[in-house]
Design a protein around this ligand. Structure first.
Ligand code: BMA
Length: 323
């Protein structure tokens, strides 16, 4: 029913799959990407196990580098384990460079709930944890610069009782030091998005443009009529990428939002043998000097793909609804 926007060009095959990874690898998806010292650096989620037997044993974070953002070379080893007995695994990394330091936001499954983490890294192989949210929260993305003297993040807490059913929205928070977070405000709610009935949340760290922060988000429809749609007995969700522009001075304010999905899972290479089909989950976005925007997204929780678009076309999509 939904289709990928015409402004999007999909690279004709995944840019990273398990076959590119030199250690045990099954599903390679949800990758954060930055351009750092002239090179592209990617941190990706690697669920390992046995692909043919459709069996998953665990998750680690892989590292890859590239000269052009298309051909990637994976480092021989994944990220070193984060210390602390509370953390069972981390996943869905998003990378942001702020004032020359590289920060990694990640989701953490812990002994006492799902937490959003922020860490700093010098070499991408080791992450020093700076702070973890209280449960349940995840999908943190850090802005690439401070606003009004504070670090800014979008996040997606998961209220359980108060909304009656799963309804998870996108929020904003501010911090003087990446440790103490406050000034939390709602940014985008499920009911504001026509292609969501279940959750909306941050995707990649936002990118500054003249017209506002170009902000990708994920939006989820739960369709109870769906049954088997991947490896599991039941997979009833569909994940889309959406796009909006938020205010440069106060990114809790939405200046324009595109009313349809930006990216939908609709290519053979996105769906083939997919673990959870119909899932598009971007964690990285780069604005090139040429005006090209590179969007890195997990497809079907199985492979890492690339889509590109012209920044002005994306801005127009967000603002058109207002004109
Ligand atoms: C979300 C996260 C993502 C995943 C998505 C689709 O809740 O777990 O890591 O890509 O579901 O399964």
């Amino acid at each position: 029913m939904y289709k990928t926007s015409d402004v999007i060009k999909k690279y004709p095959f995944p840019v990273l799959t398990r076959k590119d990874v030199p250690y045990n690898s099954c599903l390679v998806f949800n990758a954060g990407v930055i351009k750092h010292n002239g090179k592209y650096v990617m941190m990706f989620r690697n669920d390992y196990g046995d692909f043919d037997a459709q069996k998953l044993d665990g998750t680690n974070i892989g590292i890859a580098t590239s000269d052009d953002g298309i051909k990637w070379e994976v480092s021989p080893l994944p990220v070193n384990k984060i210390e602390g007995k509370e953390i069972k695994r981390i996943y869905d990394p998003r990378i942001t460079e702020i004032d020359g330091r590289c920060y990694v936001c990640f989701a953490a499954d812990t002994a006492h709930g799902l937490r959003g983490g922020i860490g700093v890294t010098e070499d991408f192989e080791n992450i020093e944890v700076i702070s973890l949210t209280v449960p349940d929260n995840r999908n943190l993305v850090l802005f690439p610069e401070k606003i009004g003297g504070n670090f800014i993040r979008y996040e997606r807490p998961m209220p359980v009782y108060s909304r009656g059913i799963d309804r998870f929205d996108m929020w904003i928070g501010e911090s003087p030091d990446l440790i103490y977070w406050g000034k939390n405000r709602l940014v985008l709610a499920v009911e504001d998005v026509s292609f969501a009935n279940n959750k909306v949340g941050p995707a990649a760290p936002p990118v500054r443009t003249e017209k506002g922060w170009l902000t990708l988000f994920h939006a989820v429809i739960l369709d109870k009529s769906k049954g088997k749609n991947g490896w599991e007995e039941k997979w009833q969700k569909e994940y889309f990428a959406g796009i909006m522009l938020t205010d440069l001075e106060d990114p809790s304010i939405i200046k324009g939002i595109y009313n349809d999905p930006l990216i939908v899972c609709d290519r053979d290479y996105e769906l083939k043998n997919g673990f959870r089909k119909d899932a598009i989950f971007p964690c990285g976005m780069i604005l090139e000097d040429s005006g090209e925007v590179k969007i890195y997204y997990g497809a079907s929780d199985t492979v890492t793909c690339l889509a590109t678009a012209d920044v002005n076309d994306l801005i127009r999509l967000c603002l058109d609804a207002l004109l």
